[in-house]
Design a protein around this ligand. Structure first.
Ligand SMILES: NC(=O)c1ccc[n+]([C@@H]2O[C@H](COP(=O)([O-])OP(=O)(O)OC[C@H]3O[C@@H](n4cnc5c(N)ncnc54)[C@H](O)[C@@H]3O)[C@@H](O)[C@H]2O)c1
Length: 265
């Protein structure tokens, strides 16, 4: 069973000050990994890292759209903990609008963070993990897409577009890393709705778009669309944990739905 442990691994999780990223950080730490909390939210990020203990976790400021931030964050992880073995590209934003109303500015901002940010994370993870890289011992990259990256979602056109791109960026990276024998696995996770700050925003957005009368009705409707109701941050973190671990050593290029069955329904 020790293929399910993460001892000796160093994991950087983007957007892990709060929400699904913070739950993932806590879960990977419980499995024995050293954790790099990376986010634009410096105060909250430092608090999240402090909860995991100074020996187990550090905070780095990372805006995923800034290439220099990625270089510095990965260098800091290797300097502090000796390697980089897991990169979870979790940071993202949700923007809601009907496509006929969505501004080009909002569309581009969504793509810049959700796709550009994951691209830079994948690029610099591969550079560090591949043979001859600064860490150089392979690893696992997990990209957080969404159920909205597998099917079109009302009112979330820009977001769905970005998450669909993350799905195929993941497969392209898996193919390159596999064919070039880098020892790096790349997979995507597709969560259903979890009531983080983003999940709560989506419920409010459905009211603002006139699709639901109030937030409580929106939550009831979203829960009903999921065969198993809404999820917990821990449910998503558990899926990431599996892909990060050696238990998934023969798993690359997959899309793992952790979604209470919402895409199947
Ligand atoms: N909550 C859900 O229902 C749900 C469902 C499917 C997919 N997801 C995806 O899961 C991921 C995490 O979502 P969440 O629910 O925890 O959201 P959240 O808004 O609670 O947390 C997102 C985190 O990302 C950080 N972030 C945003 N922009 C950043 C940037 N440019 N650089 C670095 N960090 C940045 C934020 O500061 C925040 O800490 C996102 O990619 C989201 O699209 C969430």
């Amino acid at each position: 069973m020790n293929e399910f442990r993460l001892d000796g691994k160093v994991a950087l999780i983007s957007g892990s000050a709060r929400g699904l990223g913070a739950a993932t950080a806590e879960t990977l730490a419980a499995g024995g990994a050293k954790i790099v909390i990376a986010d634009v939210l410096d105060t909250v990020g430092k608090e999240t890292a402090a909860k995991l203990g100074a020996d187990n976790a550090m905070f780095v400021h990372l805006d995923v759209t800034q290439e220099a931030d990625w270089e510095a964050a990965i260098a800091a992880a290797i300097k502090r903990f000796g390697s980089i073995d897991v990169v979870v590209n979790n940071a993202g934003i949700e923007t809601a609008a009907f496509l006929s109303d969505c501004t080009l500015e909002d569309f581009k901002r969504t793509m810049e963070i959700n796709v550009g940010g994951v691209f830079l994370g994948v690029k610099h993870a591969i550079r560090a993990m591949k043979p001859g890289g600064a860490s150089g011992r392979g690893g696992s990259i997990v990209n957080i897409s969404s159920g909205a990256g597998l099917k079109g979602i009302m009112g979330l056109g820009a977001y769905s577009t970005s998450k669909g791109a993350v799905r195929l960026l993941t497969k392209a990276a898996a193919v390159e890393c596999g064919r070039l024998n880098y020892g790096i696995r790349v997979n995507s996770v597709h969560p259903g709705m979890v009531k983080t700050e983003m999940g709560a925003k989506t419920l409010q957005d459905y009211v603002d778009l006139g699709l639901m009368s109030d937030v409580a009705s929106a939550e009831t409707a979203f829960a009903a669309a999921h065969l198993l109701g809404l999820g917990r941050p821990q449910d998503v973190a558990n899926g990431v944990y599996y892909l990060a671990s050696n238990a998934a050593q023969w798993v690359t290029g997959i899309e793992l739905s952790v979604d209470g069955g919402v895409v199947a329904a």
